[in-house]
Each structure stands twice: as structure tokens, then as C-alpha cells.
Ligand binder design. Structure first.
Ligand SMILES: CC(C)(COP(=O)(O)OP(=O)(O)OC[C@H]1O[C@@H](n2cnc3c(N)ncnc32)[C@H](O)[C@@H]1OP(=O)(O)O)[C@@H](O)C(=O)NCCC(=O)NCCSC=O
Length: 579
């Protein structure tokens, strides 16, 4: 019981049991099955964290709110329950907001709960401690934003936040809790009654029969059909239905990055290693929880072959997603599980497998690409190049298919995505829709906390920098996280120079840094490796030990290309200035 609640209890009728805002927030979260809070303590939520811990909620305290927010977001993706991030007011809130916006963009259910300063002072702009109109700032960056002013409304506020985060298209929700709310006191029985258990927070959305017919007819008429699996399909946890749909239909599938493993990358129907062919030559494409955004070249242009050569079936829970970039011939609005089950029912005796020449053209392209890649993965050179190092990590994951792979960087991301095969759903967590750097340690921590599985975070040296201080958090909570830093001394590569000779080049870091020493500073294991063989041995040992480990993998500073394989997004100057 908080000091305030205690004092009021002794002063008032000793028979009357009281509760306060702190307890009501905790009770509301617990009632709705929230088992973990990710956050950073401070005014005015320090006691909330302490009390939540005392009440049995797992509270994971971070060093920076952005990382706590990313952890909450990916916890939401992994569990289909909203991940909760708790922050202090103004600056802490703003630090968490990047993660909230990223969660919304990626459709991860998350609730950012921030303490805030007094309404009366904020609204008159009288300069309160950490004064900021947080609700107004959060609104455009999330699905919904709520503020609770009275203890009796905490139950409703938490319920609304949960339902908004997980129903329909999931996303980020902001819940503003002013400092004064926490010490508001009310009768305990009335408080308990005011709590709301959210029933059926994400109701199934069944597709209309006509929409299913339209999609099935299109698929039946296709000569070169393709299934694209997005992270929405991974989120849905309809793994068996999706697998059955792919296998019974016989249609080749192409997984987006975080959908890898829904079916194993080694599955005979995978078109992952024949991506260009699959996109360019297909005639009917069914998008399962994948959006036609930049990652799919907006469904048009040379990636997609001849203009007009494509017809799209799109499965999405959000009707407004349809026709966002190109015409969708067969929109299928509903949740992935319900839609796939409906499609599956229609794959009956009259279904014919796709034409053999289509299957063969994907297979031969795939085999050619894999054969071309194979020798590069076996190179045991020192310093390492990306392919040699990733060849080692590919083996590590093949031997531990239930491990979770977190991945960010430029070349480190783009090459790992293709090279490291995934075998199980929701085991690959990466930069997602925005291609955002900084998710690494937050994702790794939540993956370990939520699943208890070994986590391998494969990080570019630049990407790691955004969340690197959380290695202390990993050591403090003794989490089974192995971090590999691909250290090539800079962003993209480590060879740039300042043409004026005054400063370091804008994309380089301190040469030959030893990131492994950071881990040792906090009692974890640090290892420095220079060959793929050493890397394989060090990562295998770390993952088997379950001890927090950071492996500094020395990569040739000249290895790597600008922006990995999305260099075309980087504008280039067309003017050469005369000196
Ligand atoms: C936009 C993309 C979806 C598409 O990239 P593409 O290069 O077209 O495809 P990728 O999937 O990367 O595959 C590249 C090629 O490798 C082939 N490929 C894929 N897997 C394999 C395996 N296992 N073996 C052999 N070859 C393979 C694939 O068929 C392609 O060849 P072909 O079929 O022959 O073409 C991707 O680049 C992406 O997800 N980018 C996000 C990057 C990001 O977020 N960066 C953060 C910012 S970095 C900050 O600077």
C-alpha cells in the first residue's frame, strides 16, 4: 500500500479498506493478463514499477526508454498481447515514442504508459516539472491515445488501451497517467468493481463468401501463382492453417523478412532464393499479411515485370489497405486465420496444382542462386567478409532451429536475411517496415524474456550503437542472449575519409574497436574472433552456455556496399562543385 493510502487509512474509518491509483493500475493490468512491463523508472512512476514487481508482474528496467519500448513492441508481436512500456514524463515519454510509432507502423500491439505532469499547470503552461502536453503529441503517432484523470476510470482506461492495441489491425496505444492520479484514493471494493476484464479483445473477422469465391476463382485461373507471406501472417499464429494452405495448393511461397520460418526456408515450395523471378514472372499473387509498400516496390515497376501482367489477391484485416498502391483484384478482408481457413476449405478435389513449367522455372533459378552462393559461405578468411561470417551463423541456426534471431544493420541485415535459413515461425525479428536501426537489444531482451529461448542478435557495428548500453540490462537479468557485432569499423564499411583531412570520415568509427570489452565490463562473456571457424565455435559455445555473451567479429573494413542492397533509395548528388 502506498504511503498516501496508508495515511488516509489511519485517519479515516479504520474499517474501510482503501485503494489508490497505483494499485488500480497494477490490478487492471494483472486482470488482463499483462505479466511483464518494460520500462525505465523515474518521477512519477518509480513506485508504480516497484509495486508492480512486488505484486508479481515482471518488471524489466532498461537504460533508455526507446529500447524498453522496442522490447514491449516485439513482445506484442510474439504474444498477440499488448506489450507494455512504462516511462517517466516529457523526455522519457518522447524517448519511448519512437518505439510506439515504430510499433504502429509495424502493426505490433503495444501500450506506452507514461506518467505526466499536472493538467492544471500544463494547460496554463506555467512551467511544471517536465511539462508537456503528451496526449496531443502522441495522438498522430499511434492508433489511439487516452488520458485517465480519475482513479475510478483506470479500469476503463486500461481496457480501452488493450482493446485498441490488439483489435483489428494491431498497433501502438498511448495511455497518459498524470502524477496526481497515482495517489488518488478510493474505496477498495468500488475500485475493484471499476476494473474491466476485456472479453475477446481481438474478435475474429470472417471474410465474406463472395470475397473468398473471387479469390479462389482467380487462383484457379492462374498459370504462375505466388503466395507472399508477410509478418502479419506470422503475427496471426495460424501456422498450421498457413502451412496446409501452401502445401495443399502447391503454390510457391515467398516470405518477407519476418515471415521467414512460417514454413522452413528449406521447404521445396520456398521461392526465397528466386525472389526476382517469382515477382517478375508470376501472374496471380496472393498477399497474406504483407503490404505492397517499398519492400515490395509498391507492386509496380520493373520488379513486377510487364505492366498489367499481375493480378493481386490481398488478405488483410484492414479494409483501407486495399488498392493503396495498385488495384487489388480480389480483396479479402478478415483476420489471417479465418481467411486462410476459408481458402483451405475450397482446396478440394477440383483443385489443380500450378503448371509444372512454373514450378520448374522457380526451382531452377533457386538452385542456381543457392549454388552461386555456396562457395562464398565456406570462405574461412581473416579478416572475414560478410558471406564467410554469415556461413558460420547459418550453421549455428540450422543446429538450433528454435533459437530466435534478431538482426539489424545494412549489409549485416541484407545478407543475413538471405543467407541464414529459418525453420520455425516468429524466430526472425528485424528492422521491419521502416528499416529502423536501434531495435537490436530491446528485441533481444524481450525475445529472451517472453520465450525463454536462446537469442542470437546479429548486429552491424553501427546498428548496435543505438541500443548498446542495454548489454548491462542483459547481464543484470542474466538473459540467454548472444550478440555478434559485425565490426568493419563503420557504416556500410570502414574506409571512408574526410576529403579535407580534418576529421574522421562521416561513416567511420574508431578503428579496431573491441566491443567484447563492453560485455566484460558488466560481468558477461566477451570474445574477439577473426575467422569464421572461430566465430562458429564462439557462438555455439555461448548459445549452449546461456550466458550473456558479446562476440566482436572482425570484418574486413573494405567489405560491404553502400546501403546494402537498397542503395537505390540513397539520393546521389548530380552536381560536381568546382573548387
Ligand atoms: C527490399 C528487399 C525486400 C528486397 O531485396 P532484394 O535484393 O530484391 O531481395 P533479397 O531477398 O535481399 O535477395 C537478394 C537476392 O538473393 C537471392 N537469395 C535469397 N535467399 C537466398 C539464398 N538462401 N541463397 C541464394 N540466394 C538467395 C534472392 O533470390 C535475390 O536474388 P535474385 O532472385 O536473383 O534477384 C530487401 O532488400 C529488404 O528487405 N530490404 C530491407 C532493408 C532494410 O530495411 N534496411 C535497413 C536500412 S539499412 C541502412 O542503411
Amino acid at each position: 500500500m502506498s504511503a498516501v493510502a496508508q495515511r488516509v487509512e489511519t485517519e479515516a474509518d479504520a474499517q474501510q479498506e482503501l485503494t489508490d491509483g497505483f494499485h488500480l493500475v497494477i490490478d487492471a493490468l494483472k486482470l488482463n493478463g499483462i505479466e511483464t512491463i518494460y520500462g525505465v523508472p523515474g518521477i512519477p512512476i518509480t513506485d508504480l514499477g516497484r509495486m508492480a514487481q512486488a505484486e508479481g508482474i515482471r518488471v524489466v528496467s532498461f537504460r533508455h526508454e526507446q529500447n524498453a519500448g522496442n522490447a514491449a513492441a516485439i513482445a506484442g508481436f510474439l504474444t498477440k498481447k499488448p506489450g507494455v512500456c512504462l516511462t517517466v514524463s516529457a523526455p522519457g515519454f518522447l524517448n519511448g515514442l519512437t518505439a510506439l510509432a515504430n510499433a504502429t507502423t509495424n502493426c505490433f500491439p503495444m501500450i506506452l504508459i507514461s506518467g505526466s505532469s499536472e493538467r492544471e499547470i500544463v494547460d496554463l503552461q506555467q512551467g511544471d516539472y517536465e511539462e508537456m502536453d503528451q496526449l496531443a503529441i502522441a495522438k498522430p503517432l499511434c492508433k489511439a491515445a487516452f488520458r485517465v484523470l480519475h482513479a475510478a476510470d483506470i479500469g476503463i482506461g486500461v481496457a480501452r488501451a488493450i482493446r485498441a492495441a490488439v483489435s483489428g489491425r494491431p498497433g501502438g496505444v498511448y495511455l497518459d497517467l498524470p502524477a496526481k492520479l497515482f495517489s488518488q484514493v478510493m474505496d477498495a471494493a468500488a475500485g475493484e468493481k471499476s476494473l474491466v476484464k476485456v472479453i475477446d479483445p481481438a474478435p475474429a473477422q470472417i471474410p465474406g463468401p463472395a470475397a473468398v469465391d473471387r479469390a479462389i476463382n482467380l487462383l484457379k485461373g492462374a498459370k504462375r501463382p505466388l503466395i507472399i507471406l508477410g509478418k502479419g501472417a506470422a503475427y496471426a499464429q495460424a501456422d498450421e492453417e498457413i502451412r496446409a494452405f501452401v502445401e495443399k495448393s502447391g503454390i510457391p511461397f515467398l516470405p518477407m523478412s519476418m515471415a521467414k520460418g512460417l514454413l522452413p526456408d528449406t521447404h521445396p515450395q520456398s521461392a526465397g532464393a528466386a525472389r526476382s523471378t517469382a515477382l517478375k514472372d508470376s501472374d496471380v499473387v496472393i498477399l497474406l499479411g504483407a503490404r505492397l509498400n517499398w519492400l515490395l516496390s509498391h507492386g509496380k515497376g520493373k520488379t513486377w515485370g510487364e505492366p498489367g501482367s499481375k493480378q493481386f489477391i490481398q488478405v488483410d484485416i484492414e479494409p483501407k489497405e486495399m488498392d493503396s498502391n495498385v488495384e487489388i483484384a480480389a480483396p479479402l478482408v478478415g483476420d489471417i486465420g479465418s481467411v486462410v481457413s476459408a481458402l483451405l476449405d475450397r482446396i478440394d478435389g477440383s483443385w489443380q496444382a500450378p503448371p509444372a513449367d512454373w514450378i520448374e522455372s522457380i526451382r531452377s533459378k533457386k538452385e542456381a542462386n543457392i549454388a552461386k552462393m555456396a562457395p562464398k559461405l565456406l570462405k574461412n578468411s581473416s579478416p572475414m567478409d560478410f558471406h564467410g561470417a554469415l556461413g558460420s551463423l547459418k550453421k549455428v541456426i540450422a543446429e538450433r532451429p528454435d533459437a530466435i534471431l534478431v538482426n539489424e544493420g545494412a549489409n549485416t541485415l541484407d545478407l543475413a536475411r538471405g543467407i541464414i535459413d529459418m525453420y520455425q515461425p516468429r524466430k526472425r525479428l528485424d528492422v521491419g517496415t521502416w528499416g529502423v536501426m536501434g531495435i537490436g537489444m530491446g528485441f533481444a531482451i524481450a525475445a529472451a524474456v517472453e520465450t525463454g529461448k536462446p537469442v542470437l542478435a546479429v548486429e552491424g557495428d553501427s546498428a548496435f550503437g543505438f541500443s548498446g548500453m542495454e548489454v548491462e540490462t542483459i547481464c543484470r537479468y542474466d538473459l540467454p542472449v548472444t550478440i555478434v557485432i559485425f565490426n568493419n569499423n563503420g557504416i556500410y564499411r570502414g574506409t571512408d575519409t574526410d576529403p579535407t583531412g580534418r576529421d574522421p570520415g562521416t561513416t567511420v568509427f574508431v578503428k579496431d574497436s573491441r566491443y567484447d570489452k563492453m560485455m566484460e565490463a558488466f560481468g558477461g562473456v566477451g570474445v574477439n574472433v577473426t575467422t569464421p571457424d572461430e566465430l562458429y565455435r564462439a557462438v555455439s559455445a555461448a548459445m549452449d552456455s546461456g550466458k550473456p555473451t558479446l562476440i566482436n567479429a572482425v570484418i574486413d573494413p573494405a567489405a560491404g556496399s553502400e546501403s546494402g542492397n537498397i542503395g537505390s533509395l540513397n539520393p546521389q548528388s548530380v552536381v560536381v562543385r568546382k573548387k
